[in-house]
Design a protein around this ligand. Structure first.
Ligand code: PGA
Length: 235
């Protein structure tokens, strides 16, 4: 693993954007795996800035997002669809038809997950997957458990994730109870992985993930088995 200590969040965001920009410059038709959450917001801001400076062209880029709440409308400001347009897609020239997220409005969640997994495989696979890590060690919405889920699936959110995400809602009751997420196998199939970890509150879980035993109790620990992971942290 390539582990980079940034001095602060601003530098973490610039390094994150530089890694993604390097990927796009080396392969303009890159397939990016993208993530939501507070951590990548600065990275997206830097990517938008590089695009505005004419450094970065997203014209041939495609993307697959990691996850989406289930039972939420895309027009809901809390949807990950809305998040991605707000922070990135509305500000760069990535073609709309190249943008994919699991559809949280799908009637049949399992069919949607199967179709999403197939679409990723048919695209030729993800070149660079951006990840954050949850306070409980989750990546995507792969929550701690007894197994590493292989493929995109419908998952109940753990109580700790509901509490963590309630900061975006006026009450905990409003947080969606389930989500559609890429599986650990889907994530591990990406050619490269970029994990961003911000804030000292994540220090202990990051250390467990990077240096502790590989276990589905700490889903991110599986990244120890991936051959091309860059980790950037800011504490
Ligand atoms: P955060 O979320 O970036 O908002 O901390 C990370 C995650 O839960 O994966």
């Amino acid at each position: 693993m390539n582990i980079i200590q940034a001095q602060n969040y601003d530098q973490l965001s610039k390094i994150g954007a530089a890694v993604i920009a390097g990927q796009i410059l080396a392969k303009p038709d890159s397939i990016l795996g993208l993530a939501t959450g507070s951590t990548p917001e600065g990275t997206y801001k830097e990517l938008v800035s590089l695009h505005r400076q004419n450094v970065l062209d997203f014209g041939k880029v495609s993307s697959f997002n990691l996850d989406e709440y289930y039972g939420i409308k895309r027009s809901d400001p809390q949807s990950y669809y809305a998040f991605m347009y707000r922070h990135l897609f509305s500000h760069v020239n990535i073609p709309g038809e190249n943008i994919r997220l699991p559809n949280g409005e799908a009637q049949d969640a399992d069919a949607e997950c199967k179709a999403y997994e197939k679409l990723i495989a048919a695209s030729g696979g993800i070149d660079l997957q951006l990840l954050g890590i949850g306070a409980n060690g989750h990546i995507g919405f792969n929550e701690p458990g007894d197994v590493f889920p292989a493929v995109t699936h419908h998952v109940s959110l753990s109580e700790s994730t509901i509490i963590a995400n309630s900061r975006f809602y006026s009450s905990r009751e409003e947080v969606p109870r389930s989500a559609l997420t890429m599986g650990i196998g889907t994530i591990m199939a990406a050619k490269r992985i970029l994990l961003l970890v911000s804030g000292a509150a994540k220090k202990s879980i990051m250390e467990q993930a990077l240096y502790g035993p590989v276990t589905p109790n700490v889903p991110a620990s599986v990244l120890q088995f991936h051959r091309d992971v860059t980790v950037v942290y800011d504490f």
